[in-house]
Design a protein around this ligand. Structure first.
Ligand code: GS8
Length: 224
């Protein structure tokens, strides 16, 4: 447990791409001494989650010395500002910072809804969805260009926003028949580079466990 002056609690759900962002950011800052509380977001949210995030009632929530911070990208920025002595995640230059925030926002506005359509819908109505998803990944490949990471030579805000989705790629491929290696090899190369970092590999959910859980979830919701 963290010391009383720096008490950190993360309200988590193991397969949440949003919660994984927070875990990567904390790991990048070398923060390992925090309490991770798993939430049952499907059947029964804890009264503590409802108290800490009364507006959205969602994970992740980071509680720092009793004060809740909600919304994953806001949490990552908060972590970057509070633990600013090491591993900067956002550039200090205002233009470069706004650029990084633009692409992280793109991930939230485009990748999240497109991926949901892939696994959260009945198979068979998917041709447009698949094309939409691949086009989004290709747009991200263009932004990545020849860089090692979206952040340049080190992983940064955009890498942290996007890489958790990689732990779901197996699930997307399973329900769509897509091959990301064939369609967007640069994104796959980038993802593999990210996974070489302990901060990422220790924070991402197991791909097979995600597929298993989503297969069960689809049955539960009558989608399968
Ligand atoms: C999204 C959090 C979210 O959807 C963020 O933190 O960036 N914009 C927010 N969390 C999900 C789990 S991951 O799919 C959640 O808590 N869902 C519970 C619910 O919808 O009731």
């Amino acid at each position: 447990m963290a010391s009383k002056e720096n008490e950190l609690i993360l309200l988590d759900f193991w397969a949440s791409m949003f919660a994984m962002r927070v875990k990567i950011a904390l790991a990048e800052k070398g923060i390992t001494d925090y309490e991770c509380r798993e939430e049952d977001i499907v059947v029964s949210k804890s009264p503590f989650l409802l108290q800490m995030n009364p507006v959205h009632k969602k994970v992740p929530v980071l509680i720092h010395n009793g004060k809740p911070i909600c919304e994953s990208l806001i949490i990552v920025e908060y972590i970057d500002e509070v633990w600013n002595q090491t591993s900067p995640l956002l550039p200090t230059d205002p233009y470069l910072k706004s650029h990084a925030k633009f692409w992280a926002d793109f991930v939230d506005k485009k990748v999240y809804p497109a991926q949901f359509k892939i696994w959260g819908k009945k198979e068979g109505s998917q041709e447009e969805t698949k094309k939409e998803f691949i086009d989004i990944l290709k747009t991200l490949e263009q932004e990545l260009g020849d860089k090692c990471y979206f952040g340049g030579d080190n992983i940064g805000f955009v890498d942290i926003a996007l890489i958790p989705y990689y732990s779901w790629f197996h699930t997307y491929e399973h329900f769509s028949g897509l091959s990301f290696e064939a369609e967007c090899p640069h994104i796959i190369g980038w993802a593999k580079r990210c996974l070489l970092k302990d901060s990422v590999s220790s924070s991402l959910a197991d791909m097979d466990k995600v597929l298993e859980a989503i297969t069960e979830f689809r049955k539960f919701k009558g989608i399968a």
